[in-house]
Design a protein around this ligand. Structure first.
Ligand SMILES: NC(=O)c1ccc[n+]([C@@H]2O[C@H](COP(=O)([O-])OP(=O)(O)OC[C@H]3O[C@@H](n4cnc5c(N)ncnc54)[C@H](OP(=O)(O)O)[C@@H]3O)[C@@H](O)[C@H]2O)c1
Length: 351
């Protein structure tokens, strides 16, 4: 028996990815699709008419589903939230209060001290805060969140290095795809033949969220990692899918180049150990070619769940610099959330 899941915000850019990734999933089946009152009451196919952005046909069983409103009462146990952040906060809380297990892409609960913000390879131990969240809030359900799409690439690459050598400071420059802005997103006249050196709120998220993910549980809260500093420059670029980040990093104890590559090669987490269906076989793929990773060539590594790193070299200012890439709507959004739910299931937390 598969676990029945619902997708909140199922009609948007990330919601569509959920529909794709869950359409033939070994643990989960989509039982409900929900969105705004503009879409509610329509068949899913009708609600996404003119705004379907994937090169994948809408699965027949989903196309004919009626889109519901985002209110508890949906016939499922788990809800994936791909809601616009202007509305996600209270809606997700209503679901958790009503006993649903919520896995969210939105930013609203990322800094709640009792809500785990997960990259399963890096901090699956933060799931230990969930009983505290349920007790404190009197909820039968719970909320887990995934971080911003910008940091899925560079933080996975930095995490094993931080554990061994201590990251002191890192400067990260992201080049983020247009699909990261949702649909219709950035106007074509703003982005064609252009680069926009500003994404509202993104630099703050890219600097703060890593500290929580690298942090630890202390009593009834998750506390930030100390002594690590990030500085981020976030740019919107003329790429459809795939966020690239260049990183310059300084360590407490400077490793050799070989130690860094060995740390990436050896790195694996619970998703690999449990062979979760969406887990990339290797948590990090290091490419040796001097001109990789590139979005068009590397974003679909391991079905879009891979983290691809390259160009590790000395830095004239810090210790080392390198480039990383991940698919923003798969690994950085829907796929990352599905991986969290797979982990929850295998840990017996979706009973
Ligand atoms: N795109 C990415 O790469 C990415 C990555 C990581 C995280 N995220 C986050 O994921 C969330 C979704 O992003 P997106 O890019 O998919 O956005 P999007 O394309 O704009 O989709 C937004 C979704 O929210 C629904 N919605 C809007 N107002 C609503 C309301 N009042 N009540 C219920 N539903 C409502 C929309 O339904 P209608 O179609 O009915 O309007 C649509 O399904 C955002 O919080 C975003 O920050 C996005």
């Amino acid at each position: 028996m598969k676990i029945r899941v619902g997708v909140l915000g199922a009609t948007g850019a990330v919601g569509q990815r959920f529909v794709q990734l869950l359409s033939d999933h070994p643990y989960f089946e989509i039982a409900e699709v929900a969105a705004s009152e503009r879409s509610a009451g329509k068949h899913y196919k009708e609600a996404v008419a003119g705004k379907w952005i994937l090169d994948f046909d809408i699965p027949a069983q989903i196309a004919s589903m009626t889109v519901k409103e985002c209110k508890p009462g949906l016939a499922c146990k788990v809800v994936f939230s791909a809601l616009d952040s202007s509305v996600a906060g209270p809606i997700e809380e209503d679901f958790a209060k009503a006993g649903y297990y919520v896995v969210s892409n939105s930013k609203n609960h990322r800094f709640d001290e009792d809500v785990p913000m997960l990259i399963p390879e890096v901090n699956s131990d933060h799931l230990g805060i969930i009983p505290v969240q349920q007790k404190k809030r009197g909820w039968k359900g719970f909320i887990t969140v995934k971080p911003n799409c910008s940091l899925q690439s560079y933080l996975v690459a930095l995490a094993p290095l931080h554990r061994k050598f201590g990251v002191k400071r890192a400067i990260v420059t992201t080049m983020q795809a247009v699909s990261g802005a949702g649909y219709p997103g950035v106007a074509s006249l703003d982005i064609l033949d252009n680069l926009v050196p500003y994404i509202g709120g993104e630099e703050e998220k890219s600097e703060k969220e890593p500290l929580k993910i690298l942090g630890h549980i202390e009593g009834d809260r998750i506390v930030d990692a100390k002594g690590v500093k990030f500085s981020a420059h976030c740019n919107r670029v003329n790429i459809v899918d795939g966020h690239t980040a260049t990183v310059s990093v300084e360590f407490e104890r400077k490793p050799t180049r070989e130690e860094i590559i060995a740390s990436w090669d050896e790195f694996s987490g619970e998703p690999q150990e449990l062979a979760l269906p969406s887990a990339p076989k290797r948590a990090i793929v290091y490419r040796t070619e001097e001109n990789r990773p590139q979005p068009r060539l590397d974003r679909m590594q391991d079905g879009g769940m891979g983290i691809v790193v390259g160009r590790l070299r000395p830095c004239n200012v810090f210790d080392y610099r390198f480039v990383c890439l991940s698919h923003n709507t798969i690994r950085g959004a829907a796929g990352g959330a599905v991986l969290i739910a797979e982990l929850l299931h295998r840990k017996g937390m979706l009973q």
